[in-house]
Design a protein around this ligand. Sequence first.
Ligand code: SD4
Length: 318
Amino acid sequence: MIIRRRNFLKQISAGVTAVSAFTSQAWAKPTAKPIVVSTWEHGINANAEAWKILDKGGSALDAVEAGVRVTEAEDNLSVGYGGLPDRDGNVTLDACIMDENGDCGSVAFLEGIKHPISVARMVMEKTPHVMMVGQGALQFALDQGFKQENLLTERAEKAWQEWLKEAEYKPIINVENHDTIGMVALDAQGNLSGACTTSGLAYKMHGRVGDSPIIGAGLFVDNEVGAATATGMGEAVIKVCGAHLIVELMRQGNSPQQACEKAVRRISQQKNAKDIQIGFLAISKQGEVGAYSLQPGFNFAQYAQGTNQMKDVGSFYS
Ligand code: SD4
């Protein structure tokens, strides 16, 4: 069932402010496990897949991988297949995954592989490394049996050709189709994991990598505390190590909502903050959810207690 509830998080936010003096763990108002949340509207389909695993008692790690693979495969001018290319017409992909043990894997500037999140998981599980990029990441993926394919769809190519007429790099705040899915989940055993995958900002310079594959920026999981993920202008998120910042703020006693708000406020001090969008999404070890963005328009999907629903998010600027 999909329910939209405008202003839900504004209410949550108001409620959380009232308990801001509470110390670590004391804020927790446990929601039933399991729970999965993910960024933007494409999160609905992704959550539905993740839920199938969580509902059967499966691991958060398996759930987040399976969940974001749905979005990677959708032809939606967004994440992965069908994603908008860089300014030279190449679809280049970034992804990372992190589990309850603090293990993580990441790929960046990867081309021609439909499911970079699964390559990231293999980096985590089958190599002594955390991050692989470009040709090396591609070679690794091919060695692992992934197939190389053209990810630039006709629709995305047309959009790029249109962009080339002006060739002005000015990422639009909350464009209809978003480039990233960040997903964090708490499974029935109480373990946290997260995944983040993207084709990056449309029309970026060839070789540009954003926050999404960077552990601590686009995603961070600490199984004692919570998990966080980010979307929006990756450069701004990298500058504050956004996801790690949020998890550490939670460790200090902030609720996920308070932590997301504080991280956004930190980004609001950057000089171009008025012109960019940033959205943060976090869950605590107890299953409490928080989200906040710089500009209005960010939303996320939450699947808990058998209900998959979109939630709007409060923002720093109105
Ligand atoms: C990036 N953070 O590459 C990504 C883009 C994004 O919705 O989140 N778009 O900077």
